[in-house]
Design a protein around this ligand. Structure first.
Ligand code: ADP
Length: 261
């Protein structure tokens, strides 16, 4: 990846990465990692070379969601990390580097160093889309990451509820501040349709909140993902819903998001 060296005396390490898309959320638990994983898979289905990078040092969930817990990437003869591969995607997670049972308490400068090393010392090869799962929130750590890595754009994930939307708004502001284009907002957990009542939509977290926010902030709305059991199961069992249940409404939404990104 083209890791931006702020001192300016170092060339980007990896010129083979064409686009880098950060997936961010103001709040935790809104489905940011779920969107990152399924977006990456939907892009790979379109025959792009895709990398998925989990920078969520505090709660890396990509290893579980991709069925790669406990795996360790290899270091090659050039002393570069070889990303792992799963479901046709190159994969790297801070979760592969730290002990999953130990809490990580890092301050900003350590995170910057770790992220640079983590991304700069990797043999990525040719990548059309690198999808970056950011830690939740819009604090110093997130700001450091988005300033360390040259980003093509950012996607903000939110549920339709007010507490999540308030934080999503901060997310858009953060990317605006560092001149990273916001590619759009994704509304996750938009509604629930019981399998035995296929015509019903229950708006458990409120109706269209993220869509309204996108309109208000004049950023694109990328799609709404319903609450579905197979999304959660796919995440827990390492087989993302786009692969596990390709005809589901959520899978269709993820493919639409990939096309619009
Ligand atoms: P975040 O990255 O924002 O913390 P996750 O992607 O880890 O959130 O999602 C939190 C939990 O919610 C996970 O168990 C995930 O499987 C589940 N989840 C996310 N989106 C959906 C959805 N649309 N339907 C059902 N479960 C979902």
């Amino acid at each position: 990846i083209a890791v931006g060296d702020q001192s300016g005396d170092k060339e980007p390490e990896n010129k083979g990465v064409q686009n880098t898309i950060a997936v961010a959320s103001g709040k935790g638990g809104v489905g940011k990692s779920t969107v990152a994983v399924n977006l990456a898979i939907a892009l790979a289905e379109q025959d792009y070379n895709v990398a998925l990078v989990d920078t969520d040092i505090y709660g890396p969930s990509i290893p579980t969601m991709m069925g790669m817990q406990g795996k360790k990437p290899r270091v090659n003869d050039q002393r570069k990390i070889e990303p792992l591969e799963k479901h046709g995607i190159k994969l790297l997670s801070m979760g592969f580097m730290v002990d999953p049972d130990k809490a990580v308490i890092w301050r900003g400068p350590m995170v910057t160093k770790a992220i640079r090393q983590f991304l700069g010392d990797v043999h990525w090869g040719e990548i059309d889309y690198m999808v970056l799962d950011l830690p939740p929130g819009t604090g110093d750590i997130q700001l450091t990451i988005v300033q360390t890595i040259p980003l093509t754009g950012a996607i903000i994930v939110s549920t339709p509820q007010n507490v999540a939307l308030d934080d999503a708004r901060k997310g858009v502001a953060m990317f605006d501040n560092v001149d990273v284009p916001v590619l759009g907002i994704v509304e996750n957990m938009a509604y629930f349709t019981p399998p035995d009542l296929p015509d019903r939509k229950y708006y458990l977290f409120g109706e269209h909140g993220a869509q309204d926010l996108a309109r208000e902030l004049e950023v694109p709305f990328l799609g709404e993902i319903p609450i579905e059991q197979s999304v959660r199961e796919g995440g827990d069992e390492g087989e993302p819903v786009v692969l596990r249940n390709p005809d589901s409404l959520s899978s269709q939404a993820f493919r639409q998001i990939a096309e619009r990104s």
